[in-house]
Ligand binder design. Structure first.
Ligand SMILES: [Zn+2]
Length: 208
């Protein structure tokens, strides 16, 4: 966690990460100073990378005066530059909260039409606010995409070896097992004009 100070007029256009610039974190009251935690930027960028759609920052840094004016809580993480209320285009707030939970975000607040994320110190905090605030234990439910299944075993696999001019040199039978292709090594090596030396312990293939 590194909270940096920026000037909206001087650094507004500065890129903090591939998809976020300084001015997106500015206080809505027009204050020039902006506090931004680099860990917060990293969190938002991870959300952006995951959903691959634009992320709008509704509110990030807030001066204490502005926070009080809009009725924000006194110890708001927004005042520290460690919070952002975001909308992820075409993604439901619950899906965003679940992904943030998966990432291990420190503070997650689920609202009707946005998600509050923060990088607070200390214990994690989770809540739902749809008119009134209710503390919850978390937002489980994000499923990691399954790795593609390994190709099924195949007892008979045709292997064709061609030379550089596209002529078929030899056709062999191999097999497929859990993504590994097994082939008669000596025949393959010899078809590629390599020298094969087999001494019962080691097979040595010497490239032509
Ligand atoms: Zn917030």
């Amino acid at each position: 966690m590194v909270i940096k100070k920026y000037s909206k007029s001087k650094n507004g256009g500065e890129r903090l990460s591939p998809n976020f610039t300084v001015r997106e974190f500015a206080c809505k009251d027009g204050t020039d100073l902006i506090l931004i935690d680099d860990e917060l930027v990293n969190l938002l960028q991870q959300v952006r990378d995951h959903f691959q759609v634009p992320v709008t920052v509704n509110s990030a840094y807030r001066t204490a005066a502005y926070n009080a004016k809009i009725g924000g809580v006194k110890n708001s993480q927004h005042v520290l530059g460690m919070a952002a209320d975001i909308v992820v285009k075409d993604v439901t707030p619950i899906a965003v909260a679940q992904y943030a939970e998966y990432l291990g975000a420190k503070g997650i607040g689920l609202y009707s039409d946005f998600v509050h994320l923060d990088t607070r110190k200390g214990a994690k905090s989770r809540w739902i606010n749809k008119g009134k605030e209710v503390a919850v234990s978390g937002f489980p439910g994000y499923q990691e995409p399954q790795a593609p299944a390994a190709p099924a075993a195949k007892d008979s696999l045709s292997i064709e070896i061609y030379d550089g001019s596209g002529e078929l040199v030899t056709a062999l039978q191999g097999r497929l097992d859990g993504g590994t292709t097994w082939a008669p090594l000596r025949q393959v090596a010899e078809a590629l004009k390599a020298t094969v030396i087999f001494d019962q312990e080691t097979i040595r293939i010497i490239a032509p």
